[in-house]
Design a protein around this ligand. Structure first.
Ligand SMILES: Cc1cc2nc3c(=O)[nH]c(=O)nc-3n(C[C@H](O)[C@H](O)[C@H](O)COP(=O)(O)OP(=O)(O)OC[C@H]3O[C@@H](n4cnc5c(N)ncnc54)[C@H](O)[C@@H]3O)c2cc1C
Ligand code: SF4
Length: 325
């Protein structure tokens, strides 16, 4: 790993100000960031890493009125074993428990999990071998290369220079993203509160809509029927320490008037299966309806050469999880 300055931030203002100056990256548990620095995948190596874990009062889980509140620096292990989370939003505890490995979960945080960079193997290749569009380069190598883990619902264009847009077909593969989406989470930052549909995004070296120097401070989950009546399923090739190739959260309210279905690993941001939701709203699940919803969830998919298998995965997993709901 190349050398960098390390600062223990005392306040969020100090961290934000340092990030706004440029050349600085924020560090939480380091599960995503430190391997990226070690592998030297960035175009420009940061000169400073600012540690957020030294900022007090960002590690908590509490119920406030009808909202579950989780500090951004809370570890995945704490989320997974919290009785409050297990009781009020069990699929969140389950998703936190599924991510990475037991030792990593003790240090990595919920905030870092939702802000993690894509796993695209071109993006992650040692020594920035593929200086792709997501890093500000001029092309996407996955479009013509091996795209077996990439999007089947199109790419995200983003501006790499004034008037220049590029496509990226990397997917959001985090365990918590689809779960927080179906639970209608709110993301509190140093500047605003962002709704579940607006938090995840795609830009140069970012997977959220957070601006420069903007930091996530808290995740809020309304204590609703959705939080209680929900299922989470991840499909991965190995049982442990493996990112989900595809992960799925489904939830329904008590009178079955509203279903929420969100799928990770199939689109640049967590994919909301709107057509399936519309088909289901107001109805009780039957085997026929669950199957039709699986087909509707995959509608509109345009797989690349190597990832058509994800279409069948969606159909099967949506059907199965609805039947188990
Ligand atoms: C071997 C291995 C296996 C893994 N398996 C999985 C898996 O199965 N599922 C999964 O979801 N993840 C997995 N991960 C990724 C990683 O463990 C998680 O993403 C983790 O939760 C990251 O959290 P962190 O606190 O370590 O974040 P860091 O690595 O410290 O930060 C990640 C990114 O988020 C930014 N960031 C962190 N906190 C904030 C904040 N409060 N506000 C704004 N930006 C912030 C950082 O600047 C950085 O860009 C794996 C990682 C490894 C190394
Ligand atoms: S999919 Fe995105 S991250 Fe991967 S090579 Fe293409 S531009 Fe880069």
């Amino acid at each position: 790993m190349r050398p960098f300055n390390h600062i223990n931030a005392e306040t969020l203002d100090e961290a934000s100000a340092a990030l706004k100056k440029g050349g600085t990256v924020a560090l939480a548990g380091g599960g995503d960031l430190l391997p990226a620095l070690k592998d030297d995948i960035f175009r420009t190596y940061p000169n400073t890493v600012i540690n957020l874990k030294s900022v007090p009062d960002l590690n908590y889980i509490r119920i406030d009125g009808d909202t579950l509140k989780i500090g951004a620096l809370t570890t995945l292990a704490d989320v997974a074993r919290s009785p409050l989370v297990q009781e009020s939003a069990p699929i969140l505890a389950q998703a936190a428990r599924s991510a990475s490995s037991p030792s990593l979960r003790e240090t990595t945080t919920i905030g870092g999990n939702v802000c993690q960079l894509p796993r695209c193997w071109y993006f992650r290749k040692l020594n920035n071998r593929f200086d792709c569009a997501r890093k500000g380069g001029d092309r996407c190598f996955a479009l013509t290369g091996d795209n077996r883990y990439h999007s089947i619902f199109g790419g995200e264009t983003f501006e790499t220079a004034p008037g220049v847009t590029r496509l990226c077909i990397a997917v959001n593969q985090g365990d918590l993203a689809p779960v927080l989406t179906v639970l209608i989470a709110k993301f509190v930052t140093t500047e605003r509160v962002i709704g579940n549909l607006d938090f995840f995004g795609v830009g140069v070296l970012r997977s959220t809509t957070l601006g420069c120097g903007e930091l996530l401070t808290e995740i809020q989950i309304p204590l609703s029927d959705f939080a209680k009546n929900a299922r989470y399923k991840r499909f991965a090739f190995r049982k442990s320490i493996d990112f989900p190739v595809l992960n799925l959260a489904v939830a329904v309210n008590a009178d079955k008037s509203r279903y929420h279905i969100c799928i990770g690993g199939v689109a640049p941001v967590p994919y909301i299966a709107l057509k399936a939701e519309e088909l289901l709203n107001g109805k009780a699940i039957t085997p026929e309806l669950a199957e039709a919803a699986g087909i509707a969830a995959a509608e509109g998919a345009k797989p690349y050469e190597a990832n058509a298998y994800k279409v069948q995965l969606i159909k099967t997993l949506v059907k199965r999880e609805l039947l188990a709901l």
